[in-house]
Structures are given as structure tokens and as C-alpha cells.
Design a binder for this molecule. Structure first.
Ligand SMILES: NC(=O)c1ccc[n+]([C@@H]2O[C@H](COP(=O)([O-])OP(=O)(O)OC[C@H]3O[C@@H](n4cnc5c(N)ncnc54)[C@H](OP(=O)(O)O)[C@@H]3O)[C@@H](O)[C@H]2O)c1
Length: 235
């Protein structure tokens, strides 16, 4: 089923930027296909927004779960017009040598391998149509660094490289973009900034600027590292 607007795939939809983007895309008449791990939140979204929107419990770090989800979404909605690899994790603030192997792997598995899993299973259908934009969520910390978030920085620098390489592989007409969303008061920001997170825009305020910005992306943006034009994003 193709809605009047675009088909937009969003990972990490249960809260934060993913949730706020989904609600704004829906308000503007687009169909949102989203995933997250929190079953309660996914059920709430499914109840609030029926078809053509679709919300699924999927762990992007699990390639098999992403494959099953992609098969179902491609069959019901066709290839997405816009893929937003937004799902992400940050390590708890600590020097690198105090981060356990398990925690380090968790951050890599979601931020980096999760993004590759989604690309592996959704992008072939987009390449077939020679149409569509893939946005991989990077960070200011994908272009600079800070103490106590080394695993997160490593994955976001990797996202910048992975996305640039992907941009060189896509056929003309498509685009892959690494995106720094700016600094937004979400649960992730509260984890690394503590109380000072409250001085930053809410996800809902951010989405009012980010969503029109994302909808304008096209082939001419292929390979360009972009930043959502919000306050503080270029600090
Ligand atoms: N907030 C900022 O200032 C900021 C700055 C730079 C970059 N970013 C990037 O923006 C993106 C969104 O961040 P946020 O601030 O909105 O974070 P958030 O509030 O912590 O939300 C993260 C979202 O990702 C989902 N998620 C985490 N692991 C997942 C998995 N394995 N599979 C599927 N979904 C998963 C979470 O849902 P479940 O727990 O339900 O799975 C949640 O919906 C991230 O990529 C982050 O690195 C944010």
C-alpha cells in the first residue's frame, strides 16, 4: 500500500528523536514504518496511528529480526523513499578502560552493525528503483571527540566513513547522508550531559526543523555530511 506522501522508515521510534520525527511525518501526511525494542511503546504507537503506518518490535542489532521485518515491510509498502537509521545507544560516562567488553560491543552492535543490518535488507529494493535517500544518524561526536564517550565516538566516526563509502556505491538518483542532528534534550543527552541537558531543545521542537530538512534531501546531497540547522549544532 503506497500512501499519498512518502514511505519513511525510522529505526528507534519508541522515544526521543525517532518518536518526535514519526509524529511530525505523520502530521504532514507521510506513512511511517518504525521499529524499536520496547514492546509497550510499539503497541501504543500502533494503537494511536493505524495503517498505513506500521510499528514493529525489532532489535536492529539482530540481523535475522531486521531481515524478517524488511521482508514484511517491502511486501506491504514497497521500497521506502527515506530510511532514517536513528536507533542508537551511548555508553555510560566512563574512561575507555573502564568500559566492559560487553558494554562496548552493545554500542557497536546497535550504532554501527544495526545501521548496516538495515541497509543490507532494505537498500537492495531501493537500488532496484534507483530512488531513495538513506540518512545515517551520526553526531557532533562523529566529527569531534569528548572524554568518557569513546565507544560512542568510535561508532559515530565509523558511521561517517561507512556512509561516505555507501554513497560511492549507490546508483545515480539515490543518496546516502551522515547526519549530525544537533544537541537535543532526550534520554540519551541526559545520560551524557546530566542536568545541563534541560538547556537544549526538546525532541518535538527539534522535529519541527528536522523533518522539513529531511524531506528536502535528494540525489544532490549524496555523500554530504549534513547537520540539522538547530541552535548549538555547530558548537
Ligand atoms: N539527542 C542528541 O542530542 C543526539 C546528538 C547527536 C546524535 N544523536 C543520535 O540521534 C539518534 C537518536 O538519539 P536520541 O537522543 O533520540 O536517543 P534516545 O532518546 O535514547 O532514543 C534512542 C532510540 O533508539 C532505540 N533503540 C536503541 N537500541 C535499539 C535497538 N537495538 N533496536 C531498535 N531500536 C533501538 C530506542 O528504543 P528501544 O529502547 O525501545 O529499543 C529509542 O527509541 C541516535 O543515533 C543518537 O546517537 C542524538
Amino acid at each position: 500500500m503506497r500512501a499519498k506522501g512518502k514511505n519513511i522508515l525510522v529505526t528507534g521510534i519508541s522515544r526521543g528523536l525517532g518518536r518526535a520525527m514519526a509524529e511530525e511525518f505523520i502530521r504532514l501526511g507521510h506513512a511511517v514504518l518504525g521499529c524499536g525494542r520496547s514492546a509497550d511503546e510499539i503497541a501504543r504507537l500502533q494503537k494511536q496511528f493505524g495503517p498505513p503506518h506500521d510499528f514493529a518490535v525489532v532489535d536492529v542489532a539482530n540481523d535475522g529480526q531486521v531481515a524478517t521485518w524488511a521482508k514484511r515491510m517491502l511486501k506491504s509498502h514497497g521500497a521506502p523513499d527515506l530510511v532514517l537509521n536513528n536507533a542508537g545507544l551511548i555508553n555510560r560516562n566512563a574512561p575507555l578502560w573502564e568500559i566492559s567488553a560487553r558494554e562496548f560491543s552493545g554500542v557497536v552492535d546497535v550504532n554501527l552493525k544495526g545501521t548496516a543490518n538495515v541497509i543490507r535488507h532494505f537498500v537492495p529494493a531501493m537500488v532496484k528503483r534507483k530512488k531513495g535517500v538513506i540518512v545515517n544518524f551520526s553526531s557532533g561526536w562523529g566529527r569531534s571527540t569528548a572524554a568518557e564517550v569513546a565507544p560512542y565516538c568510535a561508532t559515530k566516526w565509523a558511521i561517517e566513513g561507512l556512509t561516505q563509502a555507501l554513497a560511492q556505491e549507490l546508483p545515480p538518483g539515490m543518496a546516502a547522508v551522515p547526519l549530525n542532528p544537533g544537541i537535543i534534550n532526550t534520554r540519551m543527552l541526559q545520560s551524557c550531559f546530566g542536568g545541563s541537558a534541560s538547556g537544549y531543545p526538546t525532541a518535538e521542537e527539534w522535529a519541527k526543523i528536522a523533518v522539513p530538512f529531511l524531506l528536502k534531501l535528494g540525489a544532490s546531497d549524496n555523500g554530504r555530511p549534513l547537520t540539522v540547522p538547530v541552535r548549538g549544532a555547530n558548537d
